[in-house]
Design a protein around this ligand. Structure first.
Ligand SMILES: Nc1nc2c([nH]c(=O)n2[C@@H]2O[C@H](COP(=O)(O)OP(=O)(O)OP(=O)(O)O)[C@@H](O)[C@H]2O)c(=O)[nH]1
Length: 126
């Protein structure tokens, strides 16, 4: 089981969402930025590292939302979402096809990675 952390980055009532590129696994699906926890890291460290690598953003990691276990046809993950704050809305796009700030009420308009759907539902209910 792969352990993946992801960030619900908030800024002025919007949430940062990212579209995977054609060359990644789950091509063109939308996700919350993040990635695999590496050996020796805790979840917060992994999330801070991944968000800096992918977006060049420094984040403050806050509370965890409900984790999701999901079985894709060729791999399984446990996804650990965390509410995070950023000091600026600026980011650098390094790996994704698209990254944008979106209002919470519009999140259901995107084609999410299947593991993210319960997380989107939880965010909408907050
Ligand atoms: N970062 C991230 N990954 C997700 C989410 N939902 C989801 O199913 N995943 C899956 O979790 C796996 C690990 O994420 P990743 O692809 O960002 O991590 P990585 O760069 O270390 O791995 P890679 O090189 O295999 O793509 C991917 O297969 C991705 O499809 C999500 O919301 N955020």
């Amino acid at each position: 089981m792969i352990k993946v952390v992801c960030a619900i980055n908030q800024f002025e009532k919007k949430i940062l969402i990212a579209q995977r590129s054609e060359s990644m696994k789950l091509p063109l699906k939308w996700e919350f930025p993040g990635g695999k926890i590496e050996e020796g890291e805790n979840k917060k460290e992994a999330l801070e590292r991944e968000i800096y690598e992918e977006l060049r953003m420094n984040i403050e990691v806050h509370e965890a939302l409900t984790s999701v276990e999901h079985h894709y046809p060729d791999f399984s993950i446990t996804l650990y979402p965390f509410i995070c704050d950023v000091k600026s809305k600026d980011f650098v796009k390094t790996e994704h096809k698209e990254i944008k700030w979106e209002k919470k009420e519009n999140l259901t308009n995107y084609d999410w990675a299947a593991a993210d759907i319960p997380i989107v539902e939880e965010i909408m209910s907050l």
